[in-house]
Design a protein around this ligand. Structure first.
Ligand SMILES: NC(=O)c1ccc[n+]([C@@H]2O[C@H](COP(=O)([O-])OP(=O)(O)OC[C@H]3O[C@@H](n4cnc5c(N)ncnc54)[C@H](O)[C@@H]3O)[C@@H](O)[C@H]2O)c1
Length: 375
């Protein structure tokens, strides 16, 4: 098989920029994969982070100026992982430079920014997708297959959740994700929301109505310099929505929480029907729960192995984790860009990202007016 090569530049080498570098560093574990990857350039404002990337031999350009990275003819694809207030400007700069883009969520700080980016992406003709990695784990893939099999009967309800817990600690210092001017008015929905809508949207479950309950729990946090700073983002969001499935209205609850006691980074989904049900949580990373209505009603537990969308050398009985699904997401991006995705699950599209912002904007409106908002 002749392989194409995808040369990547990263803008924003923080938490996620380095996670991407880790995925590229393990690319050789993918078997019979049509695309090779090379991390060639990195831009960050912090010297210590640029230093970290010096250990990667393929990185030829380290810069604090993202335009310098974008001028490089060696860069085909840019991954941008920066605070949300910078998304619109940097994503547009990437497109104007004629590069393809894997954007980080939430794809702009608000709905207006998301639409501007989506329209610019369509006009540019570049390949653009948005990040959301959990659906590439075996459990979520089995949930998707189970729903598509049509064997669940009439759907009763859907829940899709992403929960964090570290914000329960009031001494945790403030950062940009807890300040509206950097994170966005949508707060936790911008942080965690793309993760809960990716699978439902791809299954065609787009909310028609939403009633939102948003909570700000701690209004200030240590500023890390001995004082306190305003913490003005939404911490928890419960979105009660209606979706239409096979002509019937089905309740779908989306939960995004920074304060869910005991939940470090729990992504979970549950789909219940009259004949069957499916439940998966990263809390039990290899466990798939399946409901069957037979003579007796049974919830059965299956230990999943390493059945990833893209085959790797990893043993079939081993457990996958966060770096694994992040690698699989990048593989899906590279494969789709090369026209090789086939029937496999793909990354969030610009239209899906805009649809998520439409929902979050409606949720803000719903919460303010204490009303159900139609979409
Ligand atoms: N997919 C996921 O699971 C996931 C997880 C966490 C965060 N994110 C998203 O990734 C993005 C980044 O989050 P993070 O947690 O990596 O943040 P971070 O604060 O760890 O990293 C952001 C980096 O951007 C750099 N930066 C800021 N302005 C810049 C500029 N003008 N040019 C170049 N670099 C600049 C900062 O110096 C910092 O190193 C956000 O959109 C966030 O929502 C995604």
């Amino acid at each position: 098989m002749s392989k194409s090569r995808m040369r990547v530049g990263i803008i924003g080498g923080g938490l996620m920029g380095r996670e991407a570098a880790s995925a590229f560093g393990r690319w050789f574990v993918l078997e019979d994969f049509p695309v090779d990857v090379e991390l060639v350039a990195v831009c960050d404002l912090q010297e210590k982070l640029l230093d970290w990337f010096r250990k990667i031999p393929t990185v030829k350009l380290l810069t604090k100026d993202h335009q310098e990275l974008l001028r490089s003819p060696d860069v085909d694809v840019v991954y941008v992982a920066v605070p949300h207030n910078l998304h619109e400007k940097l994503y547009l700069d990437v497109l104007n430079a004629g590069k393809d883009l894997l954007a980080e969520k939430p794809f702009g700080i608000d709905l207006k920014a998301a639409r501007t980016i989506r329209d610019a992406a369509a006009k540019s003709g570049r390949f653009v997708r948005c990040s959301s990695e959990f659906p590439f784990l075996p459990g979520p893939q089995r949930v998707i297959q189970g729903v598509r099999s049509g064997k669940l009967g009439k759907l009763l309800e859907i829940r899709s959740c992403f929960w964090h817990a570290s914000d329960l600690d009031p001494t945790k210092a403030i950062n940009w994700k807890r300040q509206t001017k950097f994170c966005g008015e949508i707060g936790v929905m911008g942080d965690l929301g793309m993760h809960v809508v990716h699978v439902p949207f791809r299954l065609g479950w787009t909310p028609r109505r939403v009633y939102a309950q948003l909570q700000k729990i701690y209004t200030e946090r240590p500023d890390g310099k001995g004082g306190m700073a305003a913490c003005d983002t939404w911490d928890n969001a419960l979105l009660h929505t209606d979706v239409t499935i096979d002509g019937a209205e089905v309740p779908m609850r989306l939960e995004m929480k920074r304060m869910a006691p005991g939940e470090t980074n729990t992504w979970w989904v549950e789909v219940l029907g009259t004949d069957g049900g499916l439940r998966y949580s990263t809390k039990e990373p290899k466990t798939l729960w399946t409901f069957q209505r037979a003579k007796e009603q049974i919830w059965q537990r299956t230990d999943l192995g390493y059945q990833m969308p893209f085959a790797t050398i990893t043993g079939g009985i081993f457990e996958p984790g966060f770096p694994d699904c992040f690698l699989q997401m990048w593989a899906a991006f590279a494969a789709e860009r090369a026209g090789e995705l086939g029937q496999r699950f793909g990354c969030v599209t610009p239209d899906e990202a805009v649809a998520s912002h439409e929902l979050f904007a409606a949720a803000l409106d719903s919460h303010t007016r204490k009303a159900v908002v139609s979409l």
